[in-house]
Write a protein that binds this ligand. Structure first.
Ligand SMILES: Cc1cc2nc3c(=O)[nH]c(=O)nc-3n(C[C@H](O)[C@H](O)[C@H](O)COP(=O)(O)OP(=O)(O)OC[C@H]3O[C@@H](n4cnc5c(N)ncnc54)[C@H](O)[C@@H]3O)c2cc1C
Length: 411
């Protein structure tokens, strides 16, 4: 099938990078966003950190590292202003015995690589420009980016038209074209649709095999002080402190799967300060009365921490007519042309650009930007297949990405 037109639902980093990747390949894209501006929800913090969390050579680390290197290189091509994209570096601190063991393992595993280096507390303090109490691993090319200008740059393309203040509540496939509806009114038609609206993907009026979880998070905005202004890079424990931008730091972030209230919570500010205290008592004392604002939004996560990226199966058809364990991938009830790019958890600015490139490669039948095995781990249908007891099928799909679905699934 030749794809000429696409609709992307959702204008966060996942939607904007998917629109960009498709437009770059000559596809006319309409991006639909329910807010008045793009990057208004999870993708709307003042600073987003770009970094990988590694543990060794497991598939999660491979995906994290590949995403990080891809995202950094990609962002460098976008000519963002230095005020909006700063390759400042990051220290991940060994602030407790478990984290110390992890960073030592990572440093040993990637000993010969330039992208990460083990540093002592003294060396870390010199690199940071402030005193730190723990050894760390140093990522010299880690960066922070201002999400709004980044997302705007991604959609500034002659093949992309953006419509804001449109909340999509229904998707339909009518003959070969997809239709999207807002308040049950037809808004747009296209050859394919990419769902990139995070936690709302489940509410599109279709039976989709999605299993995602909303995770509330709050960042604290902290006025820089004479002591904190010299901070040159991002410091990361189980949270992060960014170097000041416009004389303010981002101190983050909390995690909650209970409360989904989007108002700022004073207790969350205190929780962010406690994270700071765990690695710099001096900075904690100095900044604890400097919190001037905060921002709350919802991450969208999966239980295995991999995003959901690829073409979708029809959930109800799968449940009512479960495939035999030895079924072929082609015999499954695919909704041809319906794709998804969601569930980027805590690191969407690292993972979404690579996932967008992966989706565009599926759609345009290009070479994939990652191995079939990694691409398969992102398969958005994996949870329902496993729930139906089709673990073998889910595992086989994990090693035969949707570009290969015409191949029989062998045992
Ligand atoms: C406190 C906090 C701190 C974080 N810090 C970092 C960080 O430092 N680095 C990092 O990489 N990540 C960070 N993250 C995670 C990151 O923000 C997310 O992974 C990322 O923003 C997800 O992007 P997204 O496009 O999938 O979702 P979103 O940004 O939420 O975008 C989804 C969009 O879809 C729109 N939408 C929803 N429903 C509809 C509909 N029906 N019709 C039309 N539009 C719709 C929404 O309005 C929204 O704009 C943080 C998250 C939180 C909460």
């Amino acid at each position: 099938m030749i794809v000429n037109t696409a609709i992307v639902v959702g204008g966060g980093i996942a939607g904007c990078s998917t629109a960009h990747a498709l437009a770059h390949r000559g596809i006319k894209v309409t991006l639909l966003e329910r807010n008045t501006a793009i990057a208004s929800e999870a993708s709307g913090n003042p600073q987003a950190m770009l970094y990988p969390r590694l543990s060794g050579d497991d598939t999660a680390s491979q995906f994290a590292l590949m995403s990080y290197l891809y995202s950094l290189n990609f962002l460098k091509t976008l000519n963002l202003s230095p005020a909006d994209f700063n390759v400042c570096g990051m220290l991940q601190l060994g602030f407790n015995p478990r984290e110390l063991a992890r960073i030592q393992k990572v440093a040993a595993f990637f000993e010969s690589e330039a992208f990460v280096k083990y540093v002592t507390a003294e060396q870390a303090s010199v690199l940071a420009g402030i005193e730190l109490m723990h050894d760390a691993i140093y990522f010299p090319n880690a960066a922070w980016v201002n999400p709004q200008p980044l997302c705007q740059r991604l959609i500034d393309h002659e093949n992309i038209s953006v419509k804001t203040s449109i909340s999509i509540n229904k998707l339909l496939k009518n003959n070969d074209l997809f239709e999207v509806y807002s308040n049950d009114k037809l808004i747009e038609k296209a050859d394919i649709i990419i769902i990139a609206n995070a936690n709302e993907a489940k509410n599109m009026g279709l039976s989709l095999p999605l299993k995602t979880q909303a995770v509330r998070g709050q960042v604290s905005i902290v006025n820089a002080s004479a002591m904190s202004t010299p901070l040159k890079l991002i410091v990361c424990s189980d949270g992060y402190l960014s170097p000041a931008s416009h004389a303010q730091h981002c101190l983050g972030a909390t995690f909650s799967t209970d409360a989904m209230d989007l108002s700022i919570d004073e207790l969350d500010h205190q929780a962010n300060l406690v994270r700071l205290k765990s690695y710099s008592m001096g900075l904690y004392e100095n900044l604890k009365d400097n919190i001037c604002d905060g921002r709350v939004s919802l991450r969208c996560s999966t239980s295995d921490y991999f995003p959901l990226v690829g073409e979708l199966l029809e959930g109800s058809a799968l449940i009512s007519r479960p495939p035999r364990p030895n079924a072929t991938a082609t015999s499954l009830p695919w909704i041809k042309g319906l794709y998804i790019n969601v569930a980027h958890g805590s690191r969407g600015f690292t993972s979404a650009p690579l996932c967008a490139a992966l989706l565009a490669s599926f759609i345009c039948h290009d070479n994939l930007p990652m191995s079939d095995e990694l691409a398969g781990l992102l398969n958005p249908n994996r949870f329902l297949l496993r729930k139906l007891g089709l673990k073998r099928l889910a595992r086989m799909l994990a090693t035969s990405s949707t570009t290969n679905i015409n191949k029989p699934i062998s045992s």
